[in-house]
Design a protein around this ligand. Structure first.
Ligand code: ATP
Ligand code: MG
Length: 330
């Protein structure tokens, strides 16, 4: 039997995990569990690159673990861990800092967007974020990285870091492939920007159905459709883009027909989406409640995950140091 290829991906404990994270990344991760040897990090060192409340961080890390395991990252089938519990990530990050030209970092889209949100409080950590991300991936010598579309630029950057290291010091890191999920770019509930934990435009994976409906009911649809009797244009409707994530193809076709002939109103259309979304989220919420009643399962998974991850990370860092001419085993 040939060894399975390996993937790494991460999620920041920067707020509530939402359906953008789920359909853009987590759902794909769950699908890949059979095919790959999987490593998933709750990347807390990334989450502290922007302003945050230290009093909330531990809770967020914990909730990210609960949400991800409840969403299907079964610890028996993958390695799930907290990034800062594997300190070799930061060690490799330093080594990679020293092979990466500074200029490229300031040109990253995420850096520009988040710098704007930070207004005057832009840290060196935020600038270096993509190098730490490259370290997260390369430390497991991952073959592929499943992410949402917004992270494609950073993965391309990680590929470049690997190539640069290899050409300077010798062939060491595999150049990882990018795997984009089905909901490559889920828009926020206001339809203005990508759904983000940090923008308060999200539908949380673990949110109560009533709270989700409160967000959906007033949400924008095709703005040109003013009255129930006006025909709508599904391509201009944010809710329609959500339908494609959860609604079976046949039903999607009926919605298109109904919308374009004014046969179905926006509220009824939202109800169909809501019910289909619940089919995905209700079982996740139930598993989450179950895990909350048994926190030791989660704690043990995270401890064991860090142990397994660390065993690999240590070897990779020692090898990288050797390639770079440092004394790794003195
Ligand atoms: P933040 O706003 O703090 O950056 P985020 O919502 O962007 O949080 P991340 O933890 O940065 O979430 O990303 C985790 C994964 O989810 C990544 O693979 C990312 O590409 C994916 N992702 C995030 N938002 C979306 C979205 N709206 N649509 C599809 N995928 C997404
Ligand atoms: Mg993000």
């Amino acid at each position: 039997m040939t060894a399975r290829k390996r993937i790494f991906s991460g999620i920041q404990p920067s707020g509530t995990i939402h359906i953008g994270n789920y359909f853009g990344a987590i759902e794909n991760w769950v699908r890949l569990l059979n095919e790959y040897e999987c490593f998933f990090g709750i990347v807390d060192y990334h989450a502290i690159t922007v302003s945050y409340d230290p009093a909330l961080m531990q809770r967020r890390i914990w909730e990210a673990a609960l949400d991800n395991i409840a969403a299907g990252l079964d610890p028996a089938r993958c390695t799930i861990f907290i990034q800062s519990h594997v300190p070799e990530h930061t060690e490799l990050c330093w080594l990679l800092n020293c092979v990466t030209p500074m200029g490229e970092l300031g040109r990253m889209t995420q850096f520009k967007e988040k710098s704007e949100q930070e207004r005057g409080n832009v840290t060196a950590g935020l600038l270096n974020y993509p190098i730490l991300q490259a370290a997260d991936i390369l430390i497991y010598k991952a073959d592929a990285v499943p992410v949402g579309e917004d992270q494609a630029q950073h993965i391309e950057f990680s590929r470049e870091v690997a190539r640069r290291f290899n050409s300077r010091f010798g062939d060491y890191f595999p150049v990882p492939k990018t795997l984009i999920g089905r909901g490559a770019r889920v828009m926020g509930i206001d339809g203005e920007a990508k759904m983000s934990k940090s923008l308060e435009n999200f539908i949380g994976v673990g949110e109560e159905p009533d709270a989700i409906w409160e967000k959906l009911r007033p949400a924008k649809t095709d703005e040109a459709r003013k009255r129930r009797s006006d025909p709508g244009n599904p391509d201009r409707c944010n809710i329609f883009s959500y339908h494609k994530l959860v609604t079976p193809d046949g039903e999607v076709r009926e919605i298109v027909k109904g919308c374009t002939t004014a046969g179905i109103g926006c509220l009824d259309c939202k109800k169909i989406f809501f019910n289909n979304l619940r089919k995905v989220l209700d079982p996740i919420r139930e598993r989450r409640q179950e895990l909350e009643r048994n926190p030791e399962i989660v704690r043990e998974a995270l401890r064991e995950g860090a142990r397994k991850a660390r065993a690999i990370a240590e070897v990779t860092v020692a090898g990288a140091k050797k390639f770079m001419g440092l004394l790794s085993d003195f």
